[in-house]
Design a protein around this ligand. Structure first.
Ligand code: SAH
Length: 387
């Protein structure tokens, strides 16, 4: 049975739940959400091994350190909020139960400032207007806050007055970046960025480490549970100090840096060049000397590694929702590491990939679900495999 972490009376109901659709499990008390996710993990992964009890959050609210709001206009009024699932209709939201409270406050301030500065929100039908989105990333333990103003054009009317007004209302903001997105796209961020205030990135502490987070690089959105997840992954890797470890799909190098303390050497591979730049900085920030990062498609990297006769004792992999490519998995089997730690945000593709690996001689030894995204239907799982 799942431990009860939140009482039924603590069950907060969101006024936006019907229109927003972001929190598919809003209508369930938290302990029932955990049971739901446990059952989902068992259904998909239970045929490989016993599934440990899901690790939930003690306070499953306001856990998101990254908050995004879409801006638009309705009947002459500027609105900000989230897109209704699978549509382009903005549901106005001022405060969200899973988002960081401070980030939500800053977004409301920006909306009010737009009005007083007579700046328009972007309209994605006429492709006219100024502000499209606001993205905020906050370091929960460092206290640093980054605001990214995503605009349709580079020209920023009354820029310095606007920034002064924003900073005087929120002196806690440590950096402001403007990103320009002038395309007809559902992607939030465009190609061009410029730093308007501060360093252009934030830093955050996780366990004993310090990490840099820039606007575009992936960083886990629930820092409390990220610590739980990473500790589990490192536990499953069972490092003794002499291993060569591959951190595949390494993002900003966080897991590899965690692993580096107990390994001989770590290589991180990642497709996003911004993330690789942050990863290299993170290694320096933490004075880690036994780690290297490669910017490449993980599948192609694996093929080269396999052809070149590389040797990895442990492969930690954390692919996006689509899972690993067949190319990646085939080369993984050729490389034949003693242990594989597979972190996944989508147990469906993980189940598919486990089916491949178990047919090629690997056995699943542990399965641990972690609730990284309370109130949503998403389940994160860490699986340990060995030969
Ligand atoms: N392990 C990291 C990141 C996990 S998210 C962390 O815990 O923070 C998945 C990462 O895979 C993202 O950073 C994404 O940019 C990267 N990625 C996606 N497709 C990839 C590919 N084909 N090759 C390498 N990296 C890829």
């Amino acid at each position: 049975m799942i431990k009860k972490t939140v009482k039924e009376s603590d069950f907060l109901k969101c006024p936006h739940r019907k229109k927003c659709g972001g929190c598919q499990l809003q209508n369930m008390p938290y302990d029932r959400q955990l049971s739901f996710k446990q059952v989902k993990a068992i259904k998909l992964l239970g045929r490989y091994h016993h599934v440990c009890e899901i690790i939930g959050m003690e306070k499953p609210y306001h856990y998101r350190n990254k908050v995004q709001a879409a801006f638009g206009e309705r009947r002459g009024q500027i609105i900000s909020g989230v897109y209704q699932s699978s549509t382009h209709n903005i549901v106005p939201v001022d405060s969200c139960l899973i988002e960081d409270i401070k980030a939500d406050e800053i977004i409301v301030t920006i909306r009010k400032l737009l009005k007083s500065f007579k700046l328009r929100a972007f309209d994605d039908v006429s492709m006219k207007g100024f502000l499209r989105h606001v993205l905020i990333k906050r370091g929960f333990s460092s206290g640093e806050i980054m605001v990214v103003l995503v605009t349709a054009v580079m020209d920023f009317p009354k820029q310095s007055q606007f920034l002064n007004a924003l900073l005087s209302r929120h002196p806690e903001i440590t950096t402001i970046v403007q990103n320009v997105n002038n395309k007809r796209t559902s992607l939030v961020l465009g190609e061009q960025s410029r730093v308007l205030y501060g360093s252009g990135y934030i830093e955050e502490n996780l366990c004993d480490f310090r990490f840099r987070i820039s606007p575009k690089a992936f960083y886990q959105i629930n820092p409390t549970q990220t610590e739980v997840l990473y500790k589990k992954a490192i536990e499953y890797a069972e490092l003794g100090g002499n291993e060569t470890v591959l951190d595949a799909y390494c993002g900003t190098g966080t897991i590899g840096i965690f692993a580096s303390k107990n390994a001989k050497r770590v290589i991180g591979v990642e497709l996003n060049p911004d993330a690789i730049r942050d990863a290299k900085t993170n290694a320096e920030l933490n004075d880690v000397k036994n780690i290297d990062f490669v910017c490449a498609d993980a599948g192609e990297f694996m093929v080269e590694a396999a052809n070149g006769g590389a040797k990895y004792d442990v492969v930690i992999m954390d692919p996006p929702r689509a899972g690993a490519s067949l190319q990646f998995l085939r080369s993984l089997v050729t490389l034949s590491p003693e242990k594989i730690v597979y972190i996944s945000c989508n147990p469906e593709t993980q189940a598919r990939d486990l089916s491949f690996l178990t047919r090629k001689g690997y056995k699943v030894r542990r399965i641990q679900p972690v609730d990284m995204f309370p109130h949503t239907e998403h389940v994160e799982t860490v699986v340990k495999l060995s030969k």
